[in-house]
Each structure stands twice: as structure tokens, then as C-alpha cells.
Design a protein around this ligand. Structure first.
Ligand SMILES: [Zn+2]
Ligand SMILES: [Zn+2]
Length: 750
């Protein structure tokens, strides 16, 4: 019996070799018809023997190309057309914009092999790619994903590339960004003033040589420029630190291959898998004791961020240099990653010695993703290149288009339309004009790609967040727009629910630096019972003052002083010789005490992040931090599993009272003991709260849960208690996940 069908497929089916894949399958099962990209995905006309059609559909699911994902498949019978062959047609359709954007993919093994083969016409070609690899989001201007809608449109295919591009059996069939030495982008090496030094292979040669000599090179990657320097040269690393005005924040290091990476670090099997994955994120791993790299890369921290080259150009440079390189995003402090050599020279001309660039435009910027493995599972510290934009298929269709704006720090946006949710790459901290403009560009790009307008905008409750202000402005301009506000920590918990598709009531622990509370106070240690419609706060830390407000974030010793003022009189403190007082004069301490006592610029907060600060300061680990999360990160090194005691605490009337802990800390001087007991206490607090709600699943989110040691301890404890617990493994656990939670709320409350 013969069958003629129309099959509509949605999901990640564009720019991932899906059509040639169908072409090959159609040949295998002797079927005829056609396939083309539409705005909604892929549409297929298929004719042939009914049994063979079924085999075709089965094989389509079973043998899916590595980057493809089928979300929806709709089969309807069609009138017999009598196709003579199977063809790949032109892109059609302008209506439903639901084809998904694929993230950028690092160069594949097959392309690398060709690049290293002297007889290949792409030998040492820095822009080699195929259907399974190469740039996507970073070069995309519009959908559907076709060459003329990317920044490759300026490069006309040469006859040899054209032959590959149109041959359905070639592994570069319809690989939109393909090119070669004849027809593709070209490399240029510039000096710090923008003067041309060399081109092509010579440019790589000269750049590599300069790196060996300790110079700083800006290199154009996939989603932006990197600043590179020799990781074994302390002089080079210190110069980069000084020039970039980056005192102690750790740098990531790129290694030529996994075996060289293993000589410098101790990695687990799960870490190796993640490092070598097709996304090639930066992974935070354990340093080897005898680290042969400059100790200025991650001073005072036992871990280091490592990754492998992910573009052909990175591979070529690393091979030539022959040693590991520090690779840091090229940006000025608190500004977005730079994508144009002109901007690199203008903004970082005093930092870099040379610029290795090319003429394939980066349309959409994205930073490197940063992850770590906790209990065999990944946790995102930053979700960007390779992973985002991330699309999630929703359990039901939204009738409205939803735009969620996220928070202020580690900003991301989330868009919902139909049954599609898209989470943007990491944008940054919206405190600077440059990052805010990048935020606006991302919003514009998302709407442009999908030809959409928002019906609902969701923002945080914090009136001072740039995103809240922007939302208010939109509402004033378009009164028909619905504006929703979602409490910060509730959004954290909803993000976990969204990732795991959990319905109904849960017990959520949202621990972070700060978020605006329902009562206008600064929250940051919320235990809540939550579902899709709302939440009730069950517990939070007994609030303490943040002396100097914002200043307390930069200076852990201010949080420590705040809790000390509760324990000791000013006179006692002045003669105590305690670590947090060390760098203050008597006059300064007196002033701080007055501010604390009278509440001058010293708001109450229940921030868990600041509690970490207070303990880190009391233990003498960090007094003034030079990067966010330093306290937690540095404390981890002191946790000793053999120490099992805890400090005292009490749970009453919705408060977690840790006052007794501070006097107990003051009785001790051993850093390991203080830190280990503090971690044990937190786990014990969580366990005690959990016991009160035996029927609810446990959800954890917020910046505090980036702390590897703490999360491992909680997971262990939950397993002991036989309680199901959920962390985020595919979306950002820090404020990068807020937009996801906000969108999830709007989806269920429109
Ligand atoms: Zn490839
Ligand atoms: Zn070519």
C-alpha cells in the first residue's frame, strides 16, 4: 500500500544537518518527496510504501543528528503527488516564528582532522566548519537560519564550496557558514593602534610568537574577543591583572588538549566529560599541588577554571604557542564582552599588545559558559556560549507572549511564545550603560528574530533595578501591556520548578546575596512553601544590619562587625584584637558602631551571602573582597570532613536564629574548625526545617548554591533523610535564573 503524508516537525531542526539527514533516510527507504525549512521548523512531503514510511519515521527519531532535537511532530495524509525523487527545497513560510535558535557549537573532530591534514584544501584553515559544528547564534541576524540571514552573507561561495553546499551527501551540505581560503573570512594581525602587521598564516605565526614572549593578545573568538597571555609567565599574568584592573578574581586557562590539561589539574571522569563536551565550557576544577602555572592566575584558591580550544583559530594559536594560555573575556570592568576590533583598540588599547581579528562579524555577543561538577552533575555559574539561547518546550501553549527581564546582576532575559520558552545567554550586571545597552540589544534581537511583541512583561519587585525601571517605562508607553512583578526569591524557586517541570507545592530554599522582599526589606535566606500561584515565607535568618549598606557587600568585615556589635560592647570590641577590627582605627570603629546603633545607612538584611561574609571575616579569611563570592569560595578550602560538630541555632517564629553561633565562634581560634562547623550548621538548619515539612520535595536555588562543598553536603544529607531534592543543572542557579522563574510565573498566571 502506498502512503502520501505531510509531516511538520518542530524543535532544534534548523542549522543542525536535519534536512540532509532526512534526504539520506528517504534514499535508504526508497521514498520520494521534498523537505524544506519553515519559520516553524521543517516541513516534509513523503511518498512511498506505507511500511517504509513507518521505518523512515522510526529511524528519524532513532538516528537524530547530534545537534538536533525534535519537540513536536505532526503527520497528516496528503493527496498522492507522484514525486520522482526526494528533493531539498527552498525555505518557505513567513507566519509562525517558532523555529529555534541553535547555540554556537565548537569545531568537531572531523573538521579538526581535516584542518590538520596537509593534503586537505582546508589545511590550517581557521574558519573550518560543517553541518555539525561552527557558529550559529553569534552570526544570526534573522530566522530562518540561512546563510543570507547571517553575517556570512558577505562571503560568496567559491565553486568548490558551492559543490559541497548543494550536495546532499556531503557533510557540509547546507552548512550555512562554510567557506575556505578562496572565499571565506580572512585573518589580520593589528598592533594596539590598529595598524596592520600581517595577514593569514603569518598573522597566527606572529601572534603565537608574541604570546611566547609574554605579550597580551586580543583574539576574536565566537561570541567576542579573548585576552590571551602565557599562563606560565607570572610577569604576563600580573601585567594583564594590572592593565585590566582585576586584582584577584581568578582567570580561566585554555589548554591545547585534554592530556596537557590533566598535567596541571586533578579532574574527575565527570569533569573530563564536561570539559570535552561539544559545548566546551570553562569548568572549575582542582589545581594540582605542584602547579606549574603562574600562582597569580587564581591566588589563594585551590581551584582553577580550565577549558579547551573551541574554534579552529584557538586550536591553531594554542598549537603554535605550545603552552597553556590565560583566556579572559575582552571587556573593561563591568562592561560587556567586546566583539569588534575597533572597540578593543579604543577601550583596551592600553591593555593589549596585539589584536588578531577577522572579518566575519559577530552579530550576537556571548561570553564563555562557566560550570562546575557537583555530585556528578553540572552546575552553571554562567550560562552563555554553547548552551544559550536555550529553548525549553512547555507543557502547554501560552496564549500570550511573555518577556521576563530578570534581576540586576548576572542579567538574562526569557521569552515565551506558544509552547516555546527561550532563555538568553548571560548579559551581565546592569549597573553600567554599556551592559544595559547590551540588555536592550538582546531584547530587540529576540523580538526581531521571532517578529513578536510582548503582551506581558515581568520584572523584579526591586524599584531600583534597571530592569524594573525599563518595565515601567514600557508600561507607560504601551498601556495595553500587562506588567507583573515577581518576588526575587520566589522567582529563584520557580526557576527550579521550570527546569524540572515540577508541579504543585514544594519547600524552597532560596539563599543568596540579596533580593527585595515583599515588606521592602532586603531578603536573602528564604525558606518558602511555593506553588505556581504564590508562596508563603516559612523561615529566614534573623536579620542583622549591613553597616554602610552597599559597602557591606564589598567588605565582609562590616557584616562581621554588625554581629559583633550585638555580642560585645564597643569597649570590649576595641580591645578584642579580633580579625574584623584589624584594619580599622579606633575612630572608624566608633563611627561604625554609631551607624550600627542608630541605623544610619545600615539597613537590616537576612542575606545568607552576608552571613558567609561575617563568618569568613571572623575566621580571618577575607576582610575586603576583590570579587563576588570570594568569602564562600575561599572558605571551602578550610572545610574538613572529619570535623562533625555544629554550632547552636534555634528555629522559632519564622526565624533562623544564629546568634548563639557567634559567641561560640569567638571561643575558637582554629580556622578549619570554625569554617567546618559553620558549614555543618547550615546543613543542620536545612535538615531541621525539612523535618517540619515531611511531605514536600526540596528545592534549592540562589547564588549560595554555587558553593560546591555546601551543595555536596546538602545532597548527602538529603539522601540520608531519603528526601527528594532538586538543584538546577541546566539553567543558572544564581540570578541568571531569575528571568526563567519570572516567565514561569507569568505562564501560569496570565
Ligand atoms: Zn565540523
Ligand atoms: Zn570556498
Amino acid at each position: 500500500m502506498n502512503l502520501s503524508q505531510t509531516i511538520k516537525i518542530s524543535g532544534l531542526v534548523q542549522g543542525v544537518g536535519f534536512r540532509p539527514f532526512l534526504y539520506r533516510l528517504a534514499h535508504r527507504y526508497a521514498l520520494t518527496g521534498s523537505v524544506h525549512n519553515t519559520d516553524a521548523g521543517v516541513q516534509l512531503q513523503i511518498e512511498g510504501e506505507a511500511g517504509q514510511v513507518e521505518c523512515f519515521v522510526k529511524a528519524m527519531h532513532a538516528e537524530l543528528p547530534p545537534l538536533a532535537r525534535i519537540d513536536g511532530l505532526d503527520r497528516t495524509s496528503a493527496v498522492w503527488h507522484g514525486y520522482e525523487e526526494f528533493t531539498i527545497g527552498k525555505t518557505q513560510g513567513r507566519d509562525a516564528k517558532s523555529a529555534l535558535i541553535s547555540a554556537d557549537i565548537c569545531v568537531c573532530e572531523a573538521c579538526l582532522a581535516e584542518m590538520q591534514e596537509p593534503s586537505n584544501r582546508r589545511y590550517n584553515y581557521p574558519f573550518i566548519n560543517c553541518t555539525n559544528c561552527g557558529p550559529r547564534y553569534s552570526i544570526m541576524q534573522h530566522l530562518p537560519y540561512d546563510r543570507e540571514k547571517t553575517s556570512m552573507r558577505f562571503f560568496t561561495l567559491c565553486p568548490a564550496c558551492e559543490r559541497e553546499y548543494v550536495n546532499p551527501l556531503d557533510r557540509r551540505f547546507h552548512a550555512e557558514p562554510i567557506s575556505c581560503f578562496e572565499c571565506g573570512p580572512s585573518l589580520r594581525l593589528l598592533d594596539r593602534c590598529g595598524r596592520l602587521l600581517s595577514e593569514g598564516a603569518v598573522a597566527i605565526e606572529m601572534a603565537a610568537h608574541a604570546l611566547q614572549e609574554g605579550k597580551i593578545l586580543a583574539l576574536k573568538g565566537l561570541g567576542g574577543f579573548h585576552l590571551l597571555c602565557d599562563a606560565s609567565s607570572s610577569e604576563a599574568v600580573l601585567r594583564l591583572r594590572k592593565q585590566k584592573n582585576r586584582e584577584a578574581k581568578p582567570f580561566a586557562v585554555m589548554f591545547a588538549d585534554i592530556s596537557s590539561l590533566c598535567t596541571f589539574t586533578q579532574i574527575t571522569a565527570a569533569e573530563e566529560t564536561l570539559i570535552c563536551s561539544k559545548e566546551k565550557p570553562i569548568v572549575i576544577v582542582q589545581k594540582k599541588k605542584s602547579l606549574l602555572l603562574s600562582r597569580h592566575i587564581a591566588p589563594g584558591i585551590e581551584r582553577i577554571g580550565v577549558f579547551l580550544p573551541y574554534t579552529p583559530l584557538h586550536h591553531l594559536v594554542l598549537q603554535k604557542v605550545g603552552r597553556p594560555l590565560v583566556a579572559s573575556s575582552a571587556n573593561r570592568k563591568d562592561e560587556p564582552i567586546l566583539t569588534q576590533s575597533v572597540a578593543v583598540i579604543e577601550k583596551l588599547g592600553d591593555v593589549v599588545d596585539l589584536v588578531l581579528e577577522h572579518d566575519r562579524e559577530i552579530v550576537n555577543a556571548s561570553d564563555d559558559s562557566v560550570m562546575q561538577i557537583v555530585g556528578e552533575k553540572p552546575i552553571f555559574l554562567r550560562m552563555a556560549r554553547g548552551f544559550a539561547p536555550k529553548s525549553i518546550k512547555l507543557p502547554f501553549k501560552s496564549t500570550k507572549t511573555i518577556l521576563a527581564l530578570g534581576a540586576q546582576q548576572k542579567s538574562t532575559i526569557t521569552l515565551i511564545f506558544g509552547d516555546t520558552l527561550i532563555l538568553s545567554p548571560y548579559i551581565g550586571d546592569l549597573g553600567s550603560i554599556e551592559v544595559f545597552e547590551y540588555f536592550e540589544r538582546t531584547v530587540e534581537r529576540f523580538f526581531e528574530l521571532y517578529a513578536l511583541k510582548a503582551d506581558i512583561i515581568v520584572c523584579d519587585m526591586h524599584p531600583e533595578y534597571e530592569t524594573s525601571r525599563w518595565a515601567q517605562k514600557q508600561k507607560a508607553e504601551y498601556p495595553a501591556l500587562t506588567l507583573l512583578q515577581v518576588q526575587h526569591h520566589y522567582a529563584h524557586i520557580l526557576a527550579v520548578k521550570a527546569e524540572h517541570g515540577l508541579r504543585g507545592r514544594v519547600l524552597g530554599f532560596a539563599f543568596d546575596g540579596s533580593g527585595y522582599g515583599d515588606d521592602g526589606k532586603i531578603w536573602g535566606s528564604e525558606v518558602m512553601i511555593a506553588d505556581e500561584t504564590g508562596y508563603q515565607r516559612q523561615f529566614s535568618l534573623r536579620p542583622f544590619r549591613l553597616i554602610g549598606a552597599e559597602k557591606a557587600i564589598k567588605e565582609p568585615r562590616r557584616s562581621a562587625l554588625s554581629v559583633l556589635f550585638e555580642q560585645l560592647s564597643l569597649e570590649e570590641l576595641l580591645t578584642s584584637g579580633l580579625a574584623p577590627t584589624a584594619e580599622f582605627s579606633k575612630e572608624e570603629l566608633t563611627l561604625l558602631h554609631t551607624a550600627w546603633k542608630k541605623g544610619i545607612n545600615s539597613p537590616y538584611s537576612s542575606s545568607m551571602g552576608r552571613l558567609f561574609d561575617a563568618v569568613a571575616s571572623l575566621a580571618g579569611i577575607v576582610q575586603v573582597s576583590s570579587f563576588e563570592g570570594e568569602s564562600g569560595l575561599k572558605m571551602e578550602a578550610y572545610v574538613d570532613e572529619k570535623i562533625t560538630q555544629t554550632f547552636s541555632f534555634a528555629l522559632h517564629r519564622g526565624q533562623i536564629d544564629i546568634t548563639p553561633m557567634f559567641s561560640e565562634i569567638l571561643e575558637r581560634s582554629d580556622t578549619k574548625e570554625i569554617v567546618s562547623m559553620f558549614y555543618n550548621t547550615l546543613v543542620e538548619i536545612i535538615a531541621a526545617v525539612c523535618r517540619e515539612y515531611p511531605e514536600l520535595p526540596l528545592l534549592f536555588s540562589g547564588g549560595v548554591f554555587q558553593n560546591k562543598t555546601l551543595v555536596q553536603m546538602i545532597m548527602k544529607r538529603c539522601a540520608l533523610m531519603k528526601r527528594p531534592c532538586y538543584f538546577q543543572n541546566e539553567t543558572p542557579v544564581n540570578d541568571g535564573g531569575i528571568s526563567l522563574g519570572q516567565a514561569w510565573f507569568a505562564l501560569h498566571n496570565q
